[in-house]
Design a binder for this molecule. Structure first.
Ligand code: ADP
Length: 487
């Protein structure tokens, strides 16, 4: 109970007692006056009763005021609680557990949302990584020189790199998801058949060699088709890789040709040597003159054999770095004139005119004389060999004082070499297809020239040619340092 209520009760009790005492005292002093009727009480005799009524009225008023005050306080509290919801009030005391539960649930939801947000972030990072990896893989596939084609289980194009687009003449972006058989030209049908067969057979790897004609030239590709599996190890397509092996095939063929050729080249002189030696042994040479002729044939064939074997050995020695080199200053003009004598009879046989270089004041190079002689002989012999009768061969030397180099060129009016074969003429065993029937050879001479000039003497070889008009083969070597003349 509040202090105001206590105060009110005390004051009310005091007032009541005081009025009672006053009323009783008044009643005693004013007893009924003689002659007055006892039935009609006087005002004085009714005073105590008035006092009691007044006291009751005061008490009621006090009580009423207290009640009013209490309800005002209660309203004020409620208003206060409305402004401050945290303050527990009798009204919302039942909502407290509900409020708590909702708060907990909200906290759970918040946590859950945070976790989901984190998962979304992680997924976004993973997607970015996957996209980057995909681009990386695509870049790798696109940069491969070999043609790469991937088809799905419906034989539709899934992926193709630039080399494949170029080989099969399609643009990947437009060709994607189209049936492979609609994309590839009919003359490359064998590839379509091969890749589709590979898909149907679901084999791990299958290989073959496929030949296409490109720009009128045969091209050979080594083709491997492998099954592509999805993450559940189920075959979902095939990948085909086509590697251009035209050059290797060419070299392989050239080697086979070389072995056949060399054996033929070896057999021919050996056969004549054997035959003439047998004739001599059987005394089939009738006179001294005939014996001489037989011996001369045997000698020539033996030299030819020797040259061939020497060429093969020299190339392999230079390649392995085992050749013995003896360099000294040599005048190129003098060396050329010496070698010319050896070729003259051959040129005369074919009625080919050879013109020599004019002597130059200083054309010395620091070189191995035997090797350089071999170079000049090979170039001169080829010029005569591949020039039809009645043609001409011109040898020139030129000194470039600025670059300190001397160049030698051998120009003929021969059959010439097609432009696309020029880069290969210095290759080992390489023989120009169109000129094969012109003369016999091994395809080793020019390779030996290149090895001697470039590997042994740090010079360069070059060639220009026009089919039907002739060729110019040549080389450049550094000039030897001039030694002051001693007087
Ligand atoms: P080969 O023994 O066949 O002559 P080389 O290595 O000397 O071998 O020459 C390689 C090929 O280059 C020859 O087969 C020939 O077709 C071509 N060749 C070389 N020199 C000439 C030339 N002066 N004119 C035309 N073709 C040439």
């Amino acid at each position: 109970m509040s202090f105001a209520r206590y105060l009110y009760l005390i004051v009310a009790a005091i007032v009541l007692c005081a009025l009672l005492v006053a009323g009783l005292a008044e009643g005693k002093n004013s007893g009924p006056v003689e002659g007055e009727s006892h039935l009609i009480p006087s005002w004085a005799s009714a005073a105590p009763m008035y006092c009691i009524i007044a006291a009751v009225g005061v008490i009621w008023l006090g009580w009423y005021h207290l009640k009013l005050a209490r309800s005002i306080t209660s309203m004020a509290n409620r208003l206060n609680n409305h402004h401050n919801p945290h303050t527990p009030s009798p009204g919302n005391r039942g909502l407290k557990p509900l409020n708590k539960a909702i708060k907990h649930r909200l906290q759970d939801y918040n946590q859950h949302i945070n976790q989901l947000q984190q998962q979304i972030n992680n997924l976004q990072i993973k997607i970015q990584l996957t996209q980057r990896q995909k681009k990386h893989t695509q870049a790798i596939i696109y940069s491969i020189h070999d043609a790469v084609i991937v088809i799905d289980e419906f034989e539709k194009l899934l992926l193709a790199n630039q080399a494949a687009g170029k080989l099969f003449a399609f643009d990947f972006k437009n060709a994607q998801h189209k049936p492979i058989k609609d994309l590839i030209d009919h003359n490359k049908k064998q590839f379509v058949d091969f890749i589709c067969r590979g898909r149907r057979a679901r084999v791990r790897d299958t290989k073959t060699e496929i030949q296409f004609i490109e720009n009128g030239q045969p091209k050979t590709y080594h083709c491997i088709v492998s099954a592509v599996h999805d993450e559940n190890r189920q075959p979902c397509g095939v990948v085909a890789v086509l590697h251009d092996i035209t050059y290797q095939k060419h070299i392989q063929q050239a080697k086979t040709d070389f072995v056949n050729h060399v054996s033929h080249e070896l057999k021919t002189p050996l056969a004549s040597i054997t035959a003439y030696a047998e004739m001599l042994a059987d005394d089939e040479a009738n006179d001294q003159q005939m014996v001489k002729e037989f011996c001369s044939v045997i000698q020539n064939q033996a030299r030819r054999l020797n040259r061939l074997i020497e060429d093969i050995l020299n190339i392999s020695r230079i390649e392995s770095g085992l050749i013995k080199v003896e360099k000294k200053p040599i005048s190129l003009t003098i060396l050329i004139q010496e070698q010319l004598q050896m070729i003259k009879s051959y040129a005369n046989e074919k009625n080919i005119e050879i013109s020599c270089p004019r002597p130059i004041v200083f054309d010395q190079v620091y070189a191995d004389k035997d090797m350089l002689s071999q170079v000049i002989i090979n170039l001169l012999a080829n010029a005569v060999k591949y020039t039809p009768a009645g043609g001409s061969v011109k040898i020139q030397t030129q000194v470039d004082e600025i670059s300190k180099q001397v160049s030698v060129t051998v120009t003929d009016t021969g059959v010439g070499i097609p432009q696309d074969e020029l880069p290969n003429v210095f290759d080992k065993f390489y023989r120009v297809r169109a000129n094969k029937n012109q003369a016999q050879g091994t395809g080793l001479g020019l390779n030996l020239v290149k090895q001697i000039i470039e590997k042994v003497h740090r010079g360069t070889v070059f060639v220009t040619s026009k089919p039907g008009q002739g060729s110019t083969f040549g080389f450049k070597l550094p000039l030897a340092a001039r030694v002051p003349v001693q007087t």
